[in-house]
Design a protein around this ligand. Sequence first.
Ligand code: GDP
Ligand code: IMO
Ligand code: MG
Length: 436
Amino acid sequence: MNKIDILLGLQWGDEGKGKVVDALTPNYDIVARFQGGPNAGHTIEFEGKKFVLHNIPSGVLTPGCVNIIGNGVIIEPHILKGEVEGLKQAGFSLGKTLMISNRAHLILPTHRALDAANEKALGKMKIGSTLKGIGPTYTDKTARKGLRIGDIAMGDFMAKYEKLKQAHLQQIASLGFDMNGFQLDGMDFADYEKLWFEGVDYIRQFPFIDSEYYINEALDQGKKVLAEGAQGSMLDVDFGSYPFVTSSNVIAAGVCNGLGIAPNRIGKVYGIFKAYCTRVGTGPFPTELFDATGETLRQNGHEFGATTGRPRRCGWLDLPALKYAVMLSGVTDLMMMKSDVMDEFETIKVATAYRYNGQETQHLPFAACTETMEPVYAELPGWREKIEDRRQETEDGRKKMIPERLEEYIEFIENYVGVPIKFVSYGPDRTQNIIR
Ligand code: GDP
Ligand code: IMO
Ligand code: MG
């Protein structure tokens, strides 16, 4: 009986999940998304080409891999259509290798409008949502009002759509917003709605399946399955900095209800983190830097959102938060990304505790959801060397690939968190990795 492996982001998203899923896919038969929706932006780079995936799992660029959008995911058909067409133009035809769960919920155009109205109503306290309709769609799911992929094939789909749309329009009006002149992605609402329905028709070409059976039976047959997380643990609806979070469970437990996998069928849990931290949107970020160093991280790391293009907030690595995320998901293997961004740094700081109520703590207090904790830092020397350069010299076996000071940085993190870092990424390309 095979178990499912999971790959999760451990910070505030954008850790590099797309790159690693793509790099690991040759070892897997199936890649499945279990939560989130087009708020995700997962980047994959190889042979000078760059792809950004939102709703589609990151196994699609590996021929022969089956990709599943699981029941815990929410889908915007127009966005999904755009992604599929983009891949087709680049020479990747998905055929039947993309499958969609009947139970995945649909993001309606009015969910997106409601997301925008909610954010405007919050004013300064806005979440900084990606405006893809995530919050309102998950709200309708738990309120038992949502529309699902399987409903598309049912005779009463249009009636259900109209009913939900009307309810949304009332909610939008009650927030004091007028749909007249309302634009979605630069289009009038009616034009967008038309494209949305074209998207609904378009995605009928993919098999709508009961993915819980499909995946469990595949595991029974000895197939290898990787669950691909979206967002990051600090954006989890239960354990993140609520209310500045997304609306799904992004930790390992999300795989159980987002794919229908029993807890005793979970195998390896790969936890991925950047060698520093970033965050987009509002909410506390204890190690955030507002100085030239923060700007250097942003420029060196090209820290601009893959979904919205927003500049990402940048700061030092936060070990109490990382350890918390590792605990919540039972991470077995850590993967450290983007060490190359700090190659030139003379010294590097790492938060090892917070100062709260006059005391030092390694725990995240409840107040950390809405208040910015004061970090306590350790300072380590930078490595000031590139792995890339060592790579060339290693051909004759003279040098270890990882610079000594970088190795010390890695060991410092391992000692704090208690889980080995088995994979170090030093560039965006699918080949720029070292297995430790
Ligand atoms: P995801 O949402 O977790 O898949 O991450 P994103 O794709 O939103 O953001 C990660 C960004 O970092 C992308 O532009 C990647 O191409 C890039 N990236 C991934 N790993 C590395 C790395 O090790 N070094 C550098 N410099 N860039 C990386
Ligand atoms: P990937 O999968 C980074 C953030 C938003 C906002 C909050 C809520 O690429 O790592 P939402 O649209 O979900 O209602 O937004 O969560 N957010 C992300 N930040 N990476 C993501 O996904 C994100 N998905 C949502 O910026 O602060
Ligand atoms: Mg991203």
